[in-house]
Design a protein around this ligand. Structure first.
Ligand code: NAI
Ligand code: MG
Length: 326
């Protein structure tokens, strides 16, 4: 079976790390059809549109999408692309890889972030020059869908259960509904779930990340807490993510376009290549996913390394080393 993969490099180092991940996928014995499309600042400059309709439609119909990064137009690109795949969960692993100078090398967390509502539902108003409001949306259906996914995830990955991070002691209705719904689903499914107030989580995870494993959270909390965890494992350059919907999914590094190094050919391709490993896992190619992850890990330990990790290798050197190891 051929998998159609939409490839959307975007801007800046997105144009350097996305081809690197495609090169790794091409080295595998799997039938892929890659279809490339534009999005971001550069195409907006040319056409007036940051996300051309054909790019949106490609993501909405391909089996999976690999996205790099977009610059100033990031929100105009990534939010509609996530809805093109009807993505209700954002998976963000924060793992400290061997050989990396991490603040907390023992960190091995996975955030499962609600990806459609909360304070990112776009329900904002400017009432007067001095007053702005925001409506926070929580629905039982979105909370339930996330919880079912979290239970599947825990079962499939042999993890021990999950922690619900919330602030239901203050946001009693919205986070109350979120917490109660997720806990109910876990109980029905026989999956172990405990809970933590999200502010306490921030402190506790810094002091001892091994207290946590899979963390299920509302949209904003997931965004902020997973970036915090990125700090614990050695920065954004290594973090992959997946936006999963019912029928398709989009994979992207957590980092942006890195304008300070774009064009120099020294961007670290690891985050995007690990995102490609998540894509392989999603498409059911478990052995290949494991092989790619292992090749990245070996390369992080033995080199070559890009300058952000203290080396002097280029994106191409690192990519070639990973391809050879795969
Ligand atoms: P950034 O992630 O692009 O860069 C932050 C720092 O990390 C920079 O020093 C950069 O050189 C370094 N870095 C990031 N990825 C790296 C890699 N793969 N290899 C080596 N070093 C790496 O975040 P910043 O600077 O806040 O944003 C730059 C632009 O990216 C902005 O225009 C922003 O809107 C956009 N952005 C887009 C995102 C997306 O498309 N999903 C996400 C975050 C930012
Ligand atoms: Mg963020």
């Amino acid at each position: 079976m051929t998998h159609e993969i939409a490839v959307i490099p975007g801007d800046g180092i997105g144009r350097e790390v996305t081809p690197a991940a495609v090169a790794v996928l091409e080295a595998l014995d799997i039938d892929f059809e890659f279809v490339e499309a534009d999005a971001g600042d550069a195409v907006k400059e040319e056409t007036g549109e940051a996300l051309p309709q054909e790019t949106y439609e490609l993501a909405a119909s391909a089996d999976a999408t690999l996205f790099g990064a977009a610059g100033e137009t990031a929100a105009d690109v990534i939010l509609p692309l996530r809805s093109a795949v009807d993505s209700f969960v954002n998976i963000r692993p924060a793992t400290a890889y061997p050989g990396i100078d991490a603040v907390r090398p023992e960190t091995d967390l996975v955030f499962l972030r609600e990806n459609t509502e909360g304070v990112y539902a776009g329900l904002e108003d400017r009432l007067t020059e001095d007053v702005a409001t925001l409506t926070r949306l929580t629905t039982r259906s979105a909370s339930r869908r996330l919880a079912e996914f979290a239970c599947d995830y825990v079962e499939d990955s042999d993890r021990d259960g999950f922690t619900i991070a919330h602030k239901a002691n203050v946001m009693r209705e919205t986070d109350g509904l979120f917490r109660d719904t997720v806990a109910e689903v876990a109980d029905d499914r026989g999956v172990k779930a405990d809970e933590v107030l999200m502010d306490a989580f921030a402190t506790r995870v810094c002091l001892d990340p091994t207290q946590f494993d899979v963390v299920v959270c509302p949209n904003l909390a997931g965004d902020v807490l997973s970036d915090l965890a990125a700090g614990l494992v050695g920065g954004l350059g290594l973090l992959p993510s997946a936006n999963v919907g019912p029928d398709r999914a989009l994979f992207e590094p957590v980092h942006g376009t890195a304008p300070d190094i774009a064009g120099e050919g020294v961007a670290n391709p690891a985050a995007t290549i690990i995102s490609a490993a998540m894509l392989l896992e999603y498409l059911g190619h478990h052995d290949e996913a494991a092989a790619v992850t292992e090749a990245v890990e070996t390369t992080l330990v033995e080199g070559p390394r890009t300058p952000d990790l203290g080396g002097d290798a280029s994106t191409e050197d690192v990519t070639n080393a990973i391809v050879d190891r795969v």
